[in-house]
Design a protein. Structure first.
Length: 404
């Protein structure tokens, strides 16, 4: 199923245009992974009210979803390098303003929520640009390797970022943690500024709504992309709510909070290990092989339902992390290689929006379902449904035959 990758050596790939992007993306990811933890702890530290935290987190998330399609259209008509520089500078300003409010002990929910809203809105523009710029920086033969390198930095940031944010909040205070977060976005903007200007010309001067319509036409015309996006929506519906709600409930009931922390650490290690391994291998049929590997990510839900013991769930979470990473890297690589570059950011924006749309519903209904049918029973059912939903696209000949 795999063979040794022959493309550009890593040390050469990490120089020049992609090297500066990798550096900026790594710092950007570190800042993003710190933001959620630092912001949550800072708000609780300043206000002591859980309701305030819910308002701030919602203010951060809602504009990110609402503006995602607009962000994709902008990233396809403006140079993505410019979008990345601008969005990181704007996020740095929002984080710095939050830090100033908290450091000077002038906490105000309206002000913090407003700044969180700005930060969330900006992220709607940065994500499509981040996903769309990679094919501009590396050749097609290096896409999988480049995405594996980016996944490695992302998974490392997911482990270290929250830890660093927690330490800063505990020692220096929430305001200073957000100040460090703001500095990371400034560094990312500086790295993105070192990327040479792309040769891709700006899009024609036309209404933004026309770009949105054209992006939807491209998305819809690629039937295999639509099928995969539907699969991702189902997978998210069956996994995000059950894992985040039932996982800690069942595992903590067996082994306490430390047990759930062990599970999360094991999953993060699985993500990191496979992202490092993926730098050295190439999948001949990435979309098909990614779907097969991706079924492993259903194992943790099955382990929660069939056992609930922290060590068993942790082992399943590690294996699930391996499979999830392969699925994510192969999907990103296939999209970047097969979707026209001038439409890529819009297509990935539609992919993201439709893939995530079921997550809030999943989080809302899983609790009531568990109350009626039992947490373990619901977890097993969702684990089985996850595997089936992940394999569903393979029934399509178009999906099976996609070769970037």
């Amino acid at each position: 199923m795999t063979d040794t990758a022959a493309p550009t050596p890593v040390r050469i790939l990490l120089t020049g245009r992609f090297g500066w992007f990798f550096a900026g993306r790594t710092v950007d990811l570190a800042g993003s992974s710190m933001t959620t933890v630092a912001l949550a702890l800072a708000v609780l530290q300043a206000s002591g009210r859980v309701a305030d935290l819910g308002i701030v987190l919602a203010a951060n998330m809602i504009p990110a979803l609402v503006l995602l399609l607009v962000g994709g259209a902008v990233a396809d008509r403006v140079r993505r390098r410019t979008v990345l520089i601008a969005t990181n500078l704007c996020t740095a300003a929002a984080m710095a303003a939050m830090a100033a409010v908290l450091i000077t002990a002038h906490y105000d929910l309206v002000v913090i929520a407003g700044l969180a809203l700005v930060s969330g809105a900006v992220s709607a523009f940065s994500q499509p640009a981040l996903r769309g710029i990679v094919p501009e920086l590396v050749g097609r033969q290096d896409l999988q390797r480049a995405n594996a390198l980016l996944a490695s930095s992302q998974n490392t940031a997911r482990i270290l970022g929250p830890m660093l944010a927690s330490v800063l909040v505990a020692t220096a205070g929430g305001g200073w943690a957000l100040a460090a977060d703001a500095a990371s976005y400034l560094l990312a903007a500086a790295a993105f500024a070192r990327i040479p200007g792309a040769s891709r010309p700006p899009a024609a001067n036309r209404p933004l709504w026309r770009d949105l319509v054209d992006g939807w036409s491209v998305f819809r015309s690629m039937r295999w992309v639509v099928i995969m996006t539907v699969s991702f929506a189902l997978v998210n519906a069956f996994s995000v709510g059950p894992w985040n709600v039932l996982g800690p409930q069942v595992v903590s009931g067996h082994d306490g909070a430390v047990g759930w922390g062990t599970v999360q650490t094991a999953r993060a290690l699985g993500l990191l290990v496979m992202s490092v391994v993926a730098v050295r291998i190439v999948l001949r049929r990435p979309l098909r092989d990614g779907r097969i590997w991706g079924t492993l990510a259903g194992l943790p839900l099955l382990a929660v339902g069939l056992s609930g013991d922290a060590w068993i769930v942790a082992a399943a979470a590690f294996v699930g992390g391996l499979g999830f990473t392969v699925a994510a890297i192969t999907w990103e690589t296939t999209l970047q290689a097969a979707v026209p570059e001038e439409s890529l950011s819009r297509v990935v924006a539609y992919d993201d929006l439709l893939s995530y749309v079921a997550i809030p519903l999943s989080q809302l209904v899983v609790g009531p379902l568990a109350a009626v049918h039992g947490a373990k029973e619901v977890s097993v059912a969702c684990g089985v449904a996850y595997v089936l939903a992940g394999l569903l696209p393979l029934l399509s000949r178009e999906v099976r035959n996609v070769r970037p």
